[in-house]
Each structure stands twice: as C-alpha cells, then as structure tokens.
Design a protein around this ligand. Structure first.
Ligand SMILES: NC(=O)c1ccc[n+]([C@@H]2O[C@H](COP(=O)([O-])OP(=O)(O)OC[C@H]3O[C@@H](n4cnc5c(N)ncnc54)[C@H](O)[C@@H]3O)[C@@H](O)[C@H]2O)c1
Length: 315
C-alpha cells in the first residue's frame, strides 16, 4: 500500500503542486485547504481542526507536508499570523510527533530580511545582525518564530524540516495581485505588452527565483530520505536582477523591450534588495536533488512568458 501523506494548503499555489507531484509519484495524498480546490479532491477545512489532528496523531500518515499559511507578506494582523503561521503549525508538528509522521513545513527566505553581505545566505546567518536584519514584516516574524520553536523541538524525536523558500514561481500560476510572485507578474505583463511598474531604486535589485517543480522535487526527496532535522534554504542559489529579467523578456518577445515605468519605492526600509540562497545544506542532505541552475530558472521564465502569450492569443 502507498504511504499516506497529508498536504495542507493544497488549494494554494505551492501546496497544489506538491500534492499533485506526490500523487504522481505514488503517494496516497490527503489534501486539505480552507478553500475549495479545482478538481474537488481537496478536503475543505482548517488544518487546525481537531478531527484532522486526531488522524495525524493516530499514525494514519507517514508524513505531513504543511504548506497552509497566511502567505500575504503585507498582512499586518499579528494575532492572525501567529494563529495560522506559528502556533497552528507547531500544534500540527506536535501531532506529527505523536503519530510518528515526518513533518515538512514551508518557512520563508523573508526571515533574513535585508542581507548585509553579497554572498549567498546560509541558514545560520539569521542569528547574526551583522549579516542580515532579520524579519522586515509580521509575516516574516511569524515564520521565524516557527523556525525557532521547531529548533527547540529538535531533541524530541520528530523528523522535521523547515524549508525557507525564496521566490517560487511556475508557468500557469494563477496571478492574484500582490500575492503573486513578482517574476510571474513581470513576465506576464511583458508577454501581454502591458506596462510594468518597477520601483526606481530596484533595477539592480536581485532575487533568487526557484521553479515550483524544483521545490516539489526537494519535498519528495526529503520524504524519501533520512535527513538531519532542521531548517533548510530552498532556492535556486542564483540572484537574477530585475534588469536581467527585463533582458530575458525582450529576448522571449523577439527583441521587443518591455514597457517599464519607474515609480517611487514606498517601503525602501522594508524592501529586500538582494536575495540569494546558499543551498549547500540541502544539497548535502539530498545528493540526488538536481536543484535549479540558471538555465532551468530561465527556462521556467520562458515557459511563464509563453503561457501568458498563448493565454492572450486565446482571449
Ligand atoms: N510562494 C512563494 O514564493 C513562497 C515563498 C516563501 C514561503 N512561502 C510559503 O509557502 C507556503 C505556500 O505558499 P503559496 O505561495 O502556495 O501560498 P498560497 O496562499 O497560494 O497557499 C496557501 C494556502 O493555505 C491555505 N490556508 C491558509 N490557512 C489555512 C488553514 N488554517 N487551514 C487550511 N488551509 C489554509 C489558503 O487557503 C491557501 O490556499 C506558505 O506557507 C507560504 O508562506 C511561499
């Protein structure tokens, strides 16, 4: 019989892809989300519900892949963020411990805040003010609080990993305004010939973009291996500047430059100007994981661009 896995947040961008990927690779997936998911196979409910916890505690699942969260980085309601992103996740980890399930959860690269050096960021950098500022918003605080509480659980026998995703993107991502990945917004607007507003001080700002398929492969790899519990960066390990990205858009569009308007950055003090993950810890844990080199990132970017162009043609 296939191993059973619980995926939370399965109607979301990443959780939906992770659930599909695990199912395709032979896992017996139970998926849950507050929202109904297309296809109807996702249970509609709160991952914090007592019945679900009873099932996790009963040992029904060999793994829990926890993706549910308030993912809006501009959310300012600390009580909501604590309930959904921190204490709720910790309670699920406790249930996984009782049920003997491996527990993987989505943390975030936002925990590092502003990076104060120009080399890839390692997991422990978050503990050193000289290397990074730490969280710049309540969302990032909620993720770091979870990471810290999980680290405190390390000796209790739970097999767990907190995955600090950088900027996850994929072709076919449903764009939902400000919550969508910036790379997909830029590529889609460029493909449609729409104007792109960029902060004037960010043309050289660089981000680590990681395809969702690379995230899915890492999750699957961890579920198939004996790794050391802890937090792991999960990105491509490449920093792509907005200038480079606009260059790609021009190439994908046959030389047509994107229509860019530079606007004032209203949040320069809370803006991450540079992100690049050091993924060597994850690579060491998962020698079979291909990761994403810059060609893979560019290839996924081209797929997003083409997808948007085809959607425009079909309108
Ligand atoms: N997308 C990224 O680039 C990125 C980067 C860093 C971290 N993350 C983290 O990865 C995870 C997945 O992100 P995403 O981009 O797919 O976000 P998403 O908003 O698309 O998906 C999150 C899903 O969780 C669900 N959810 C929220 N609270 C719930 C609850 N109490 N019970 C059940 N379902 C609930 C939402 O309905 C939503 O469908 C989140 O934890 C997010 O914080 C994402």
């Amino acid at each position: 019989m296939a191993d059973r896995v619980l995926v939370t947040g399965a109607a979301g961008f990443i959780g939906g892809r992770v659930a599909e990927d695990l199912e395709r690779h032979g896992w017996d997936v139970t998926a849950i989300d507050l929202r109904a998911a297309p296809g109807g196979r996702t249970l509609c409910g709160d991952y914090r519900g007592p019945e679900l916890h009873d099932q996790v505690r009963s040992g029904r699942f060999s793994a829990v892949v926890h993706q549910a969260a308030v993912s809006d980085t501009l959310q300012m309601d600390r009580a909501l963020l604590d309930a959904m992103n921190t204490s709720g996740a910790l309670a699920l980890a406790e249930s996984a411990l009782v049920g003997g399930a491996t527990f993987l959860y989505a943390s975030s690269f936002s925990v590092y805040g502003r990076i104060r050096h120009d080399s890839p960021v390692a997991e422990d950098d978050v503990h050193d003010d000289a290397l990074c500022s730490g969280p710049l918003n309540p969302y990032a605080e909620s993720k770091l609080a979870l990471d810290r509480a999980m680290i405190d659980m390390t000796d209790r026998g739970l097999l767990w990993a907190g995955l600090r995703y950088t900027n996850v993107f994929a072709a076919g991502e449903r764009l939902q305004g400000r919550a969508s990945s910036i790379i997909s917004q830029i590529l889609t607007k460029a493909a449609r010939g729409d104007r792109i507003d960029l902060f004037a001080d960010t043309m050289r700002a660089s981000r680590d973009y990681v395809p969702a398929a690379t995230v899915c492969a890492a999750v699957r790899g961890l579920l198939d291996s004996d790794f050391t519990p802890g937090v792991y960066n999960l990105g491509s390990g490449h920093a792509t500047s907005f200038g480079d990205l606009l260059g790609w858009c021009a190439e994908f569009g046959g030389g047509r430059p994107a229509d860019v308007r530079l606007v004032d950055n209203p949040i320069p003090d809370r803006y991450q100007y540079w992100t690049c993950a050091d993924v060597s810890k994850l690579r060491a844990a998962l020698p079979g994981w291909a990761g994403a080199d810059i060609d893979v990132v560019r290839g996924e970017a081209e797929a997003v661009f083409d997808h948007a162009r085809r959607a425009l043609a079909a309108e």
